[in-house]
Design a protein around this ligand. Structure first.
Ligand code: ME8
Length: 517
């Protein structure tokens, strides 16, 4: 087996609690990681936390904590969230780990050796109180020609020594990279934005700070720490064992197949990161996919509005698998989405409770009652039976694969719902409850076709709703070692006579009535 797949989430800042937005990216990566594993790939899935920089330092100070202690705690919050969200990551990287610092420093030295990093001066408006630089356009005029930051802090014009990366030299090679690899930046609208940004001319990038201590020390330059983005981006290779280019993971999985990010940080991944990599003579990642932004009931998610949804709220209110399904099914990946309770309930009830859940429940309870609780035997299949089985055996996975390979999760899932609806329509037309009195053999065949369709649907949906799919597969007694995509075919179809457990509902209906306050 030599098909490998390396997928990464952004590493999240530890100055905030994990919320729906972070969960979204991580769940999408998890779904793709699981999909690829089921499809026969050797997958490596990385997530982690970004722990350096001014904001994190300030957040620690605000709590009166040592930054390392503070980051240990908050990073643990992100890590603790992974099992409840059923995230199947292979590793969790922290930028305060030694392995990471070592990788950053090695990459830095390569960039110095190639002549891409040089020492100069960084100049700008600086607020000592905020320990931050501001752009001229962010500032208001204060008394006596002074400038005031958005926080109200007075700013002064300062110059400090800084190392710079020669980003300006990489514009043409970046454009060539985008040209030769049309899928390097997805979706296409985002790709066009990045291309025009690069075409408008790149300025060299300040990559070290002397006013900050909480960061990776620049090698051979006392007083300088690395600018957060060169530090953060390097996580994608430090987790694989870089700078040891012979490390097993690095050899096997680099370059990454996909860096999944929100649209807010696309530029760093699509411009800076490949430029750093090309300058260090390291192969660049194969793709960056920038997904859209969630708002909540039409509003930006923010602490001050008090509308931040934590992943724990989602799990409690809708169920884990239901939430995972809704987030990926509702909005095209890449577009912005609005989270509304009403829409979540409508979608979950329609597709999972009334759709798939009801199909399985109707089928399995009829088998329990009328077929001695065993997979029924079947006679020859009719054209209708064959059409449904063909969808399940031959069309479902290729349809999903085509779309999931483009991160078009919503369209991939349409193949799943389409088959659910087709099977529910089949059960209504065939009416096995009526056949019970008139043609028992035919009833058994119909129930067999339905149970086999449920098996295929449950196998297919495993990446999105892993626990519920597993329960469904237990209910049709699909052998645990025959649940990969390679097993969706007639050769692995359910065996007549196999005893089934007592059927239990898997996707409960969510009640729409709000409880009176
Ligand atoms: O930017 N909708 O970390 P971060 C959708 N440390 N996705 C959202 C979201 C929303 N409303 N809010 C956040 C950083 N996200 C850096 C990354 S990578 C080398 C360094 C998700 O904690 C989305 O994936 O601010 C976004 O890109 C990410 O969280 C930003 O996380």
């Amino acid at each position: 087996m030599n098909k490998t797949f390396y997928i990464t989430t952004p590493i999240y800042y530890v100055n905030d609690k994990p919320h729906l937005g972070h969960a979204y990216t991580t769940i999408a990566c998890d779904v793709l990681a699981r999909f690829k594993r089921l499809d026969g790939y050797d997958v490596y899935f990385l997530t982690g936390t970004d722990e350096h920089g001014q904001k994190v330092h300030q957040a620690a100070e605000a709590k009166g904590m040592d930054p390392q202690k503070f980051t240990d705690e908050v990073s643990q919050n992100f890590r603790d969230l992974l099992p409840p969200m059923n995230i199947s990551n292979n590793d969790f990287i922290r930028t305060t780990e030694e392995r990471h610092k070592k990788a950053c420093q090695a990459l830095w030295k390569k960039l110095v050796a190639s002549g891409d990093i040089y020492l100069s001066k960084y100049a700008g408006w600086y607020a000592v109180r905020d320990e931050a630089y501001y752009g001229e356009d962010e500032l208001k005029d204060g008394p006596n020609g002074t400038k005031i930051a958005p926080s109200g802090a007075p700013c002064e014009w300062v110059e400090e020594e800084s190392y710079f990366f020669k980003l300006s030299a990489w514009g043409d090679r970046l454009l060539e990279l985008y040209e030769k690899n049309p899928d390097f930046i997805q979706p296409d609208t985002r790709r066009n934005e990045v291309i025009s940004f690069v075409k408008s001319g790149l300025r060299d990038l300040s990559v070290s700070r002397t006013r900050l201590t909480w960061g990776v020390p620049v090698p051979d330059a006392p007083g300088h720490v690395m600018y957060v983005w060169i530090d953060a981006l390097t996580n994608y290779i430090s987790a694989l064992g870089y700078p040891d280019e012979n490390a097993d993971l690095y050899k096997k999985f680099w370059p990454a197949n996909i860096h999944m990010v929100g649209k807010d940080i696309l530029r760093f991944h699509a411009v800076y990161w490949p430029a750093f990599l090309m300058a260090a003579n390291i192969p660049v990642q194969k793709q960056v996919f920038a997904h859209g932004w969630w708002t909540i009931e039409g509003q930006k998610m923010s602490k001050s509005l008090g509308n931040v949804i934590s992943p724990y709220d989602l799990i409690e209110n809708y169920g884990l698998d239901q939430s995972r399904y809704f987030l990926l099914r509702e909005v095209p990946f890449g577009s912005d989405g609005d989270f509304s309770r009403a829409q979540a309930i409508t979608r979950i009830n329609a597709d999972l409770a009334n759709g798939f859940g009801n199909l399985a429940q109707r089928t399995l309870s009829m088998i329990a009652k009328n077929c001695d609780g065993k997979i029924p035997s079947h006679a020859d299949f009719t054209a209708e039976d064959k059409a449904l089985l063909k969808e399940a055996h031959e069309l479902l996975i290729p349809g999903m694969r085509r779309e999931f390979d483009k991160c078009a999760f919503n369209r991939g899932l349409e193949h799943f719902t389409k088959l659910v609806y087709a099977a529910n329509a089949y059960i209504d037309v065939q009416a096995p409850w009526a056949l019970k009195k008139t043609d028992e053999k035919r009833m058994q065949t119909v129930l067999y076709v339905l149970a086999e369709t449920v098996r295929c649907l449950a196998i297919a949906i495993q990446p999105v709703t892993p626990d519920s799919a597993a329960k469904m597969l237990d209910q049709v007694a699909a052998p645990p070692d025959q649940r990969a995509y390679a097993h969706i075919n007639a050769a692995h179809a359910l065996k007549p006579g196999t005893p089934l457990p007592t059927p239990e509902g898997v996707f409960p209906r969510i009640q729409t009535e709000e409880k009176a306050a």
